[in-house]
Design a protein around this ligand. Sequence first.
Ligand SMILES: Nc1ncnc2c1ncn2[C@@H]1O[C@H](COP(=O)(O)OP(=O)(O)OP(=O)(O)O)[C@@H](O)[C@H]1O
Length: 344
Amino acid sequence: MLSNPIPWENSQLNHSIFLPLRVYSAAESQDTVFADVLPLLTSLLDGYNVCIMAYGQTGSGKTYTMLGPQSEDDVTLSIEDEPELGIIPKATEEVFRIISEKPPGSHWVEVSVVEVYNNEIFDLLAKDSCGRVFGVKRDVVTTKEGKSDVPLLTYDEAAHTAHPKFLQLVDKGLQLRAQHPTLVHAHSSRSHLVVTLTITTKAVSADSFASSPAQFESTEKLKHIKTKLQLVDLAGSECVGMSGVTGVALRETSFINRSLSALSDVLGAIAEQRSHIPYRNSKLTHLLQDSIGGNAKLLVMLCISPCQKYLAESLQSLGFGTRARQVQRGQVKKRNLPVSSKSK
Ligand SMILES: Nc1ncnc2c1ncn2[C@@H]1O[C@H](COP(=O)(O)OP(=O)(O)OP(=O)(O)O)[C@@H](O)[C@H]1O
């Protein structure tokens, strides 16, 4: 089945231009899709959190759009054909490229890979005592600053040293990701995959720059600003009658559909500017809280099946996109500060 991703940017932002709705045909290249994602990435260094997610029914091309083609035998990324790589590897490479142009040591990146399976968070980079990667259950909490955090989550700091290293990391995570064959898709992902790049910018408070250079040396107040890029390959929304699942897979489907509906509820609450946003109704929305609400930019790639028999599912996906598009833009504070030229 081929993907027809439709990007919908919504932002609660002070940006004056709303990206027009863009529809891609199945024949359009991954590079064409990525060209529309690219402008969002520079926002990370301007202090915004960014979330890019693929939504759609099972088998419609979300994993292909976000990661690229996967080999048939195992679930590893097929990387011989680099142009075919999806948004996650391309965006990561671009973030590392942008940072390489900054003063050495002024920015650094940490990578985490988690899956949300049956409303539980699993750390896909956690290692056992022999260095083998295995999924460990983690929890998501709200910090006293109101941010979402996953205590004890494994971050790979070295990931920025080389692009292939990042792909190996994601591959390791993918091998642990829950899959189950359904009538619609033989390699159906049964969990939401969330790859997070946390970018730390070493900055100096603006007050310091108001001082003379001599005073600056002595009164310098270093601050670290963290922004998050969350790249999400959602599990497929699914009609049980079509996918024919039973037993364990049926339970998974129920968790998937509930978390997707919680995501839709959160977007609805943001759109209506409600005082309470129900982030904590699911682990997925709690985990994504910082990059879908507040100081954030969200891009939704809708993957729509071209098959007429999936019309109901396609309309359901378009309904989700409509809700995402209704999120209103408000005034949000930009958090970037003058970057220190000193190294880390
Ligand atoms: N644009 C495309 N070009 C070529 N092949 C594609 C394209 N989009 C999807 N495919 C292929 O279609 C199949 C299903 O795609 P994919 O695994 O991305 O679906 P999915 O939406 O992630 O499914 P699930 O939610 O069940 O995990 C895969 O074999 C994938 O390689």
